[in-house]
Design a protein around this ligand. Structure first.
Ligand SMILES: *Cc1c(COP(=O)(O)O)cnc(C)c1O
Length: 425
């Protein structure tokens, strides 16, 4: 598979290089030179999720990695369920919340872990990432127990929920967690300092595993096919998919699925108050404003870093911008969306509720809608309990870790200190 750099088109790389590099020269994103063809879509939709995902990812990666390798990576990565639930007439929920860390990021992170483990072979590598909660857990679980790869996760001490902390700081083995005295921004700065330290970068083969990595995006294509496969064939004509968006990796994957031939008529890009994209789609002006904190904190992003890939898809597929409808959902509407779903007997959380609310407002009489549920309600237990006035049960993944000991090291927001720890892993 060949990819090119969106900022420097003459830089062309293999999938292996793109996965290891993350970003290209001048911080450019990598984008596939060709979108493969998949054959008969109805036959593909008739397959089970994992077999179908093997076919999809083999079309991209088989020539470079070999079909047997792709198959074993997909089977190892996608070893947990997903579901499509009917919420009401014309409306379905795609639940991506049943993985080891109860968030959709499990799909991308687990497939990336398989790719890096395979591509690094006998070399050691170190994944360094900063988290404000969800990403760190997905990455830590995805790489847990892999032979060649150590993971270091930085998070702001006392600023993530205890349950979030328990989910990834109790693993041990190759997972090293650091509670930094400071804020999330301090953690991100430490990660930047580490990547700027070329001697350190070389010595421990640093990789960031962040959401711009192409391996994560390719993996996410697969669940859009599952969504369509589980909607009755008679309702597949005018499908609208609503995606709760932050960095817009998820929507990029959905549009790649459409480019592969999946029959999706149009997309809704649902954001919270951080509405750079809805404003851009309306005015044509890219004008990020300072990030605001909301209940849907995984979507608190005002400069979404995957947007150039969406522009490239629109251009190369000759799609009109009207394919995407941007919808800003404010805090009151988020609450209203969550309540409306609960009245339909559907328990959700703020991120999914934003997608559902936007869909409800935009769906036309002759369309069928699917919204993405990106986190399990129990991950946002406090918000959900307060809004719905109910008690939310913890699923097994969270209940199991609740009594475990936190293994993190406390460190200051001091790069020299972190460097010492990383060199000693
Ligand atoms: C990361 C995240 C999102 C946003 O996904 P993007 O690909 O960054 O647009 C939405 N919901 C939840 C729960 C997330 O963790």
């Amino acid at each position: 598979m060949e990819l090119y750099n969106l900022k420097k088109n003459e830089q062309r790389v293999t999938f292996a290089q793109a996965v290891k590099l993350g970003l290209g020269d001048n911080q450019g994103l990598f984008f596939p030179s060709h979108i493969p063809t998949l054959g008969n879509i109805d036959e593909l939709l008739a397959k089970d999720f994992v077999s179908r995902s093997v076919d999809i990812l083999d079309a991209f990666l088989g020539d470079e990695l070999g079909s047997d390798t792709v198959e074993s990576m997909v089977r190892s990565a996608f070893n947990f369920p997903l579901a499509v639930e009917k919420v009401k007439d014309q409306t379905y929920a795609l639940e991506l919340t049943h993985g080891p860390t109860l968030a959709f990021k499990d799909f991308g992170a687990r497939f990336l872990a398989q790719c890096l483990n395979h591509l690094c072979k006998d070399e050691k590598a170190t994944i360094l990432t900063a988290t404000s909660g969800d990403t760190g857990a997905a990455v830590a679980h995805a790489f847990y127990g892999l032979d060649n790869i150590n993971v270091a996760v930085l998070y702001p001490k006392g600023k993530i929920s205890v349950l979030q902390e328990k989910l990834f700081c109790t693993l041990g083995k190759n997972i090293h967690t650091y509670a930094v005295t400071g804020r999330f921004d301090d953690c991100q700065q430490l990660v930047k300092d580490a990547f700027d330290d070329l001697e350190l970068k070389e010595a421990i083969s640093l990789n960031s595993a962040n959401s711009i990595n192409i391996a994560r995006l390719l993996a996410q294509i697969c669940y859009y096919f599952e969504a369509v496969a589980k909607v009755p064939a008679s309702e597949r004509k005018n499908l609208v998919v609503s995606v709760p968006s932050g960095n817009f990796g998820d929507l990029t994957a959905g549009m790649l699925a459409k480019a592969l031939g999946l029959p999706i008529k149009r997309f809704i890009a649902a954001t919270n108050l951080n509405d750079t994209v809805p404003r851009y789609l309306e005015t044509g002006e890219w004008a990020p404003t300072p990030t605001v904190a909301t209940r849907s904190n995984a979507m608190d992003v005002s400069a979404p870093n995957n947007w150039p890939r969406i522009e490239e898809l629109l251009k190369t597929q000759f799609w009109d911008k009207s394919l995407i409808t941007g919808v800003k959902v404010d805090e009151e509407q988020t609450v209203a969306g969550l309540k409306a779903l609960y009245e339909e007997d559907y328990l959700c959380e703020p991120h999914g509720a934003i997608a559902a609310f936007a869909l409800d407002n935009e769906l036309k009489a002759d369309e069928t809608g699917i919204f993405l549920c990106t986190a399990h309600p129990s991950k946002f237990q406090e918000s959900v309990e307060e809004i719905l006035n109910i008690h939310v049960m913890l699923p097994k993944a969270l209940a199991d870790v609740a009594d475990k000991e936190i293994l993190s090291l406390d460190i200051d927001a001091n790069f020299a200190q972190l460097r010492g720890h990383l060199m000693a892993i």
